[in-house]
Ligand binder design. Structure first.
Ligand SMILES: Nc1ncnc2c1ncn2[C@@H]1O[C@H](COP(=O)(O)OP(=O)(O)O)[C@@H](O)[C@H]1O
Ligand SMILES: [Mg+2]
Length: 259
């Protein structure tokens, strides 16, 4: 089925226009740390190889608890795959409980995934961020998305988007707090699992990995890692999206204000 991609309500700015004023945590920001950008390119390359080898096209970004960097990782990965790898990417905010991709990308969030799943068959409310990125925000807060994620509408949505995009990336709520990520995992091809180098307890991460299914995890991102932790000794699929220190050990300053 060919999707009719409906343009979502006009956004404050198109990505290329917003690059000079992009959120400094994004890989498109002119002054972003180049090590940070390269780590996302390494992840993109690993995923590209996994796609060639296993045919994966839909991916969720998950982690055990809140604040470990899922949303930032999903958004930067989508930007990297669309801009550096020239792939058609659909980024979906699957955190219907606490949506935040729209803030990071300065997009309106009046309608989104919630609406798609509530009334399937409607044109997709996708924001187009040229050249190759489309974004479906979460839509209005949904206190109980379990029924939506368990519905056939999710399967249909993912089936319909499969031919339109090289990658469908879905941001998710914390695995340990809600069943949503587990339900999404059953429908998506693979998972990138985010670990906060400083705070994630290994026992908690292990429980979250078990809830998703270890075999579904194609990569683990060690977020906020020190550069010394990024060594060639890491196995395939593992990498660090180190953003806190640059090669000289200088702290990269992030604007902490959430929009
Ligand atoms: N590598 C990083 N460097 C700097 N700030 C980061 C990094 N990873 C995450 N953050 C910030 O930490 C906060 C939590 O990240 P977020 O992606 O929203 O986590 P989650 O989606 O897992 O709840 C956000 O303000 C985010 O921008
Ligand atoms: Mg998040």
């Amino acid at each position: 089925m060919l999707l009719n991609l409906r343009e979502a309500p006009p956004s404050p700015a198109r990505l290329d226009q917003m690059v000079p004023m992009a959120d400094p945590r994004l890989v498109v920001h002119p002054e972003v740390d180049h090590v940070f950008v390269e780590q996302y390119r390494r992840l993109g390359a690993a995923l590209h190889q996994a796609q060639l080898r296993d045919g994966i096209r839909s991916l969720m970004v998950a982690s055990a608890v809140e604040g470990e960097g899922k949303t930032l990782c999903a958004t930067n990965l989508a930007l990297t795959l669309s801009r550096s790898f020239r792939k058609r990417v659909l980024l979906v905010d699957g955190d219907l409980r606490k949506p935040s991709i729209h803030r990071l990308l300065s997009l309106h969030n009046a309608i989104g995934l919630r609406d798609v799943l509530q009334s399937s068959g409607q044109p997709l409310p996708a924001h187009s961020l040229p050249p190759m990125l489309s974004v479906i925000t979460a839509g209005q807060d949904e206190p109980d998305p379990v029924a939506l994620f368990a519905s056939d509408a999710l399967r249909q949505f993912l089936f319909d988007t499969r031919d339109q995009f090289d990658w469908v990336l879905v941001d998710t709520p914390p695995v340990m707090l809600f069943p949503d990520a587990g339900l999404l995992a059953a429908r998506l091809d693979a998972c990138v699992f985010v670990v906060n180098a400083g705070t994630t307890k290994s026992s908690v991460a292990a429980k979250a990995v078990a809830a998703i299914g270890a075999s579904r995890i194609v990569g683990v991102t060690l977020n906020r890692a020190e550069l010394s932790e990024v060594t060639p000794g890491y196995g395939y699929g593992q990498y660090a999206s180190a953003g806190r220190k640059n090669a000289g050990g200088t702290t990269v300053r992030w604007r902490s204000s959430e929009r």
